[in-house]
Ligand binder design. Sequence first.
Ligand SMILES: C[S@@+](CC[C@H](N)C(=O)[O-])C[C@H]1O[C@@H](n2cnc3c(N)ncnc32)[C@H](O)[C@@H]1O
Length: 329
Amino acid sequence: MGEDLAVLQAEFPAFRIWQEQMPGRIRYVARSRDEGVNPHTVITADIDELREALQPALAGGGGTAIRFSAEPNIARMYSYWLSQKDHYLADRAAANKVLDQFPEVAEIARANRAFMTRAVRYLAEQGITQFIDIGSGFPVHPNVHETAREVAPDAPVVYVDRDPVVLAHARALLAVDDKIGVVAGDLRNTASLLTRIQLSGVIDSIVPTGVLLLSVLHFLTATEADAAVATLREWIAPGSYLVISTGTSTGTDPELIRLLQDAYGDTTPVTGRTEAQIAAWFDGLTLADPGLVDVWAWRPGTWRRPATAQARFLAGVGYKDPDMPRWSP
Ligand SMILES: C[S@@+](CC[C@H](N)C(=O)[O-])C[C@H]1O[C@@H](n2cnc3c(N)ncnc32)[C@H](O)[C@@H]1O
């Protein structure tokens, strides 16, 4: 066992940790000795990322079980609102505090996932054959690749997130398919994020691509979000689509934004942008019908307006005209 691995094993005795050699790369695997632990298995090519992913085990009491984590976390609270399984006590408590006052938040989370499926299917029907999902969160069925492949079989998909635990779960569940990439990347450093996507070799950056920024831009400051969107808009190949869903301050009770900021503490900003500021993210692109609308109202099918409307969440799909110029990092 290498020295780094031995140190890691000593830090996390509740896990069996080993290295695997694969053609052209190595990866690290940590598997809990206790069946009831979440995460039970973590797989990553980066030993530092593995250490970060296992940190909650220490918070859970000497590394014997990961049941508690001190700070509520974006991806885990969202998982709770979606009635999925990846959350701890602190996440549930914070998520419930929001639901007590704004019960429609869970409904909006579900409407947002439903929007993802409608938008991805629409893009695939327009001929898009590859996708990048940035701020992808924990894998949730149906995922982007499952939805896209109903129309475009074998469509390659790159999932990007900055959360090491999300990445570890995504690698364990998704990266068994060589047309799926799971990439660590942060929208606050878009140039590095794009380089990592290109290095993954999963997609071809000169081919029109569907780029998804779903329920993530409100976790950036206004300056960071504007810069990230502008870079992506320029980078995508002509013929590509930019798909955005995000919270907005227009028509939303400011108390909800305050409550969310309180829940996430200093782990992330929560920024409410006006409808006009969000519309400006699509400058230079052509908005597909019906334009920038409430998330449930984008080609809604059977989706209806949430029961109460103290919170608004917008969605839009922008198309980059084939003769628009392109920037490379
Ligand atoms: C609410 S979840 C949304 C998941 C998925 N996109 C969806 O809409 O169903 C937001 C995700 O964005 C990720 N995230 C937050 N800030 C980010 C950043 N600066 N760069 C990349 N990912 C980020 C979080 O880790 C989390 O997994």
